[in-house]
Design a protein around this ligand. Structure first.
Ligand SMILES: [Ca+2]
Ligand SMILES: [Ca+2]
Length: 347
């Protein structure tokens, strides 16, 4: 029995030692395993940050910039012997329109045509425009809202051409603030008014002038009434000008009539004309009769001009125009008729 007990104790001790050794081995192995996982070199792949969609808007305040341009080349021939018949660049404009929001835009339009005669580049329209629910505002330099819309002229026009009052009773453009829109509750009735320097450039007096046009417009008729009130020049000569214009369309014809009277620094001017034109396919003949009094306080100086015109449209934006101006003086006749040709294109 004692022998059995001794054997049992022996077996127990041996088995305990064996178990202890196995446990140690397992622990050792698991430690090694953990250690090796820990020491495993890890490769960190950088994940690029997502590019926000508004990035462009943050770096630029401008959303859209569009460029247009217009080009005109003119040939002028005069009966006046001392006047050279010449080709000239009458318009070479680049128009940049920037859109900050759909309701806030700006426009810059230099005209490079004067470079062709050694003069400087001129600025035509340069303004910022703000559309509000109540009105559209322009701040800068713009065409004056006075008389018939000069962008709709069908004759070749400039200082001394047709219509003769152009840029004389009031400047074509001036610096100021302009508001325009439809008059509420009166369908087809529009207003367009501005407060301006009154000089067509930098002001020479303390007064700011007021100019505006109210018109009624439908598909066939455009009837306008214009007014100007201010002080002209350093000596602040009182200036009150009025204008009435009507455009009537009865396809394929169009009639335009206008009456204007006003005071510039030099004299009191009066001008009226009647124009009839017709569009036959891409051909547009025109006849216009104008009576221009360059100083109503002086007699015998009225000039009547009968213009025979023809326009040929090559496409919607490109055309050629011929004007023959028969110029008749009220008293002493002068041979001063002109023949003017102009090629006009724009994009
Ligand atoms: Ca002024
Ligand atoms: Ca003449």
């Amino acid at each position: 029995m004692k022998k059995v007990i001794v054997w049992l104790i022996f077996l127990f001790v041996v088995s305990s030692v064996s178990f202890g050794a196995v446990s140690k081995k397992v622990v050792k192995k698991s430690v090694v395993k953990i250690k090796s996982e820990f020491e495993k070199p890890s490769i960190i792949v950088p994940v690029p940050a997502p590019v926000p969609e508004t990035k462009v808007e943050i770096t630029s305040f401008l959303k859209k910039l569009t460029m247009n341009g217009s080009f005109r080349v003119r040939y002028t021939a005069s009966e006046v012997l001392a006047t050279a018949d010449t080709l000239s660049i009458s318009r070479a404009r680049i128009k940049l329109t920037g859109e900050i929001t759909p309701d806030i835009t700006f426009l810059v339009q230099p005209d490079f045509s004067a470079l062709s005669t050694g003069a400087n580049v001129t600025l035509t329209d340069v303004y910022a425009q703000f559309k509000t629910p109540y009105t559209t505002l322009r701040v800068g330099q713009f065409l004056l809202p006075f008389g018939y819309d000069s962008s709709k002229y069908k004759t070749i026009f400039a200082a001394g051409f047709n219509p003769t009052y152009y840029g004389l009773i009031v400047p074509a453009r001036d610096y100021g603030v302009r508001a325009m829109g439809e008059i509420p509750m009166f369908a087809g009735l529009y207003y367009d008014g501005a407060i301006i320097n009154g000089t067509g450039g930098a002001d020479v007096n303390k007064t700011k002038d007021i100019v505006g046009r109210i018109n009624y417009k439908n598909d066939s008729l455009d009837l306008g009434l214009s007014g100007y009130y201010g002080k002209a020049g350093v000596t602040e000569i009182s200036k009150k000008d009025i204008g009435m214009d009507v455009e009537y369309k009865f396809s394929p014809y169009q009639v335009v009539a206008e009456y204007l009277t006003g005071q510039n620094i030099a004299a009191k001017i009066q001008d009226y004309y009647l124009q009839l034109s017709g569009m036959f396919d891409n051909h547009e003949p025109l006849v216009k009769y104008e009576v221009y009094d360059l100083d109503t306080t002086t007699t015998g100086n009225i000039v009547n001009t009968l213009t025979l015109g023809y326009g040929c449209y090559f496409d919607k934006t490109t055309k050629g125009i011929i004007n023959y101006n028969m110029i008749n003086e009220e008293t002493t006749q002068i041979n001063n008729n002109t023949l003017i040709l102009e090629f006009q294109t724009q994009i």
